[in-house]
Design a protein around this ligand. Structure first.
Ligand code: SF4
Length: 210
């Protein structure tokens, strides 16, 4: 079991799967840059959280739900947790995460959502077998099943992040298509630094060019 001070953000899982360097820049170096895409995403999350809680028939909807797992060492906030009544006194939690864009080629969003479900399982002592991702661009909701392999990926990714943070080392950039949508591209300089393989060599190259 982890201590409160050792918890890492659930969002770090999504950052790590997207790009370990992005995860290190945000969670080790505390670098953050607002871009049009992140601003749109932030506003979308704020709007969802502001809507408050409500009941619709046999579904209760809670928004901005604090989450924590001491077993996994994770902490965060769920955009929405729906509670579906399955028996007179049994309410089945169903997390829903809102994303600004469209489904990504990797499954980083599913890992983040599954981590939320695993926090709910620990907090409420009930199985949470599925949830959904809602994408603002397509206006579509995609159900996600939290099977054993996805849960294993959550655990492995959390371990990798913990090792990355403990190392204190930010991986070197590797330029890829994902960089085009990364809000940290101006800080990361994947084309410039990646080509010179290290910051030291990049700076040496800059010095030579001047
Ligand atoms: S610009 Fe590319 S290499 Fe750099 S943090 Fe973003 S995704 Fe990773």
């Amino acid at each position: 079991m982890f201590e409160e001070d050792d918890l890492i953000m659930i969002s770090a899982l999504q950052h790590y799967v997207f790009c370990p360097r992005q995860c290190a820049l945000i969670h080790i170096e505390q670098v953050w840059a607002e871009s049009r895409l992140t601003a749109e995403g932030r506003i979308m999350h704020e709007k969802v959280h502001e809507e408050g809680n409500e009941s619709r028939g046999s579904v209760r909807i809670a928004r901005g739900v604090p989450l924590r797992s001491l077993r996994l060492g994770l902490v965060g906030v769920a955009d929405v947790v729906e509670f579906h009544r399955v028996e007179r006194k049994v309410w089945q939690p169903f997390p829903v995460e809102y994303k600004r864009g469209k489904p990504k080629p990797d499954h980083s969003d599913s890992i983040q959502l599954c981590a939320q479900a695993m926090c709910l399982e620990e907090m409420l002592d009930i199985a949470v077998p599925q949830g959904a991702l809602f994408y603002g661009k397509t206006r579509r909701r995609h159900d996600v099943i939290f099977d054993d392999s996805l849960k294993a990926e959550v655990e492995k990714t959390a371990q990798n992040i913990r090792a990355l943070i403990a190392s204190g080392c930010t991986p070197e950039p590797v330029y890829a298509k994902r960089c085009e949508s990364c809000s940290l591209v101006a800080t990361c300089l994947p084309k410039q630094i990646g080509r010179h393989k290290s910051v030291k060599r990049y700076l040496e190259g800059v010095m030579k060019e001047t």
